[in-house]
Ligand binder design. Structure first.
Ligand SMILES: NC(=O)c1ccc[n+]([C@@H]2O[C@H](COP(=O)([O-])OP(=O)(O)OC[C@H]3O[C@@H](n4cnc5c(N)ncnc54)[C@H](OP(=O)(O)O)[C@@H]3O)[C@@H](O)[C@H]2O)c1
Length: 396
């Protein structure tokens, strides 16, 4: 046998071993080590909003809270999907109650309301209906809705798509939280029916381990205060920041477009963690009764991983990789545990990033998450971009 065959064989064995180690590590972290929240806390009297609660991790989180008696509002962009989720969830809960499941089912209430996070008008309408029409109190806000998708098709990765990703994953949940926070912070006279405690109040941002790959040029962000001039500017338009869809598409190769999509997704997830850190600072004196958490659900089997119209090479890749992924993907119930832990456990520390139901110190200390100045700059940029005052508790 020639040297080149030996070399090729050796390289294949080496790469195969690396892949096996990586998959084994993920399998251990993801599947073997998924702690389940066993808290029997009574959530009757607790009002929860879950964005994107009609499917995936959001739906599983809603189920965990309704089972414990909470009144859950599934905030969903489609009326039909919202109603279908309410019907499915109600059926699941009553079935569990009839079967006398291991856990005591208190069966709270679930309803849906329209919220399209890519449209600020819809966010305003949602807030108005929640506070002024329904006159509901608010204890827990879970910013779970997100888009990512596996976008490998160049024509889909446009400036508009990236702008929508940023709005849905970070900027408009920032607005929703900002506007709801004063309402949430109101001292509550309500008591949970069982032990007389007032419900725990918290905001949870569903982030991702992928935030590690996010990055801000905070100087640029602070100086321009305009997302289209910073994150979304095509390289050849950097000077004036006026990139058009066509110019953007033409100026980048397929690989660059895929990289841009990955960077935006990661940066939106990083921004969610920085948002939580800054919320702690801003609310310290005005809303000491509200806690803030960022959570990593782990890799879960959900629609976010849907592959649409992939190029041939990506199809071949996914056919090879998908069977392996089945071993390491979590179920949605697994993915919901860390958010449930933050709502249910009185010891969860505010302002932290949680994975597997504990403070993830390795990831929590990612450089930009911990940079107080960067968190302030991002906060300021967000307020300016959304025409909001500096603090949710001030009028200017
Ligand atoms: N799955 C994972 O492996 C994983 C890993 C790390 C982090 N996460 C994060 O977990 C969160 C939940 O994702 P998932 O995996 O459960 O994905 P999913 O099944 O695709 O659910 C995403 C939810 O967000 C909603 N949504 C999307 N765009 C919206 C908009 N413009 N307005 C309102 N709602 C909108 C979706 O509504 P429709 O049903 O109408 O599309 C859906 O309800 C996301 O923030 C994601 O980044 C997921």
């Amino acid at each position: 046998m020639s040297m080149s065959v030996w070399f090729l064989g050796g390289a294949l064995v080496f790469l195969g071993s690396l892949l096996a180690i990586a998959i084994g590590r993920l399998w251990y972290q993801q599947t073997l080590f998924t702690p389940y929240v066993t808290s029997k806390k009574d959530l009757r009297g607790t009002y929860v909003i879950i964005t994107g609660g009609n499917t995936g991790i959001g739906y599983a989180t809603a189920k965990g809270l309704v089972e414990r008696g909470a009144h859950v509002i599934i905030a969903c962009r489609s009326k039909e999907k919202g109603e279908a989720a309410v019907k499915d969830l109600s059926m699941e809960i009553s079935k569990q109650a009839k079967q006398g499941s291991k856990q005591q089912i208190r069966g709270g209430k679930v309803e849906s309301m329209i919220l399209n996070l890519s449209d600020l008008k819809s966010v305003d309408e949602f807030i108005n209906e929640y506070i002024n029409v329904k006159k509901y109190p608010l204890d827990v806000l879970i910013n779970n809705a997100g888009i990512g998708g596996v976008q490998l098709e160049a024509s889909k990765i446009t400036l508009n798509f990236l702008a929508e990703l940023w709005q849905v994953n970070y900027l408009h949940p920032f607005y929703l939280t900002f506007r709801l926070l004063p309402h949430m912070a109101l001292k509550s006279e309500r008591a949970s029916s069982k032990n007389g405690d007032t419900p725990k109040k918290c905001v949870i941002n569903v982030s991702s381990v992928y935030h590690e790959h996010g990055n801000f040029d905070s100087k640029l962000l602070g100086a321009t205060q305009c997302i289209h001039k910073t994150l979304l500017t095509a390289p050849n338009n950097k000077k004036d920041g006026k990139g058009s869809e066509k110019q953007y598409q033409a100026s980048q190769s397929q690989m660059q477009l895929v990289q841009a999509w990955l960077k935006y997704y990661a940066t939106s997830k990083l921004a969610q963690i920085m948002h939580v850190k800054q919320l702690c600072q801003v609310s310290r004196s005005h809303a000491p009764n509200v806690q803030f958490f960022a959570v990593n659900p782990g890799y879960c089997r959900t629609n976010i991983w849907q592959f649409d119209d992939l190029p041939w090479f990506a199809k071949v890749f996914t056919i090879c990789v998908y069977p392996w992924l089945r071993f390491i993907w979590r179920s949605c119930d697994d993915g919901a545990q860390t958010a449930l832990y933050c709502v249910l456990d009185d010891h969860a520390s505010t302002g932290k990033y949680f994975s597997n139901c504990y403070v993830d110190r390795t990831l929590d200390s990612c450089q930009q998450c911990d940079n107080v100045q960067d968190c302030q700059i991002l906060w300021q940029y967000s307020c300016n971009a959304l025409h909001l005052p500096k603090s949710p508790f001030s009028s200017s």
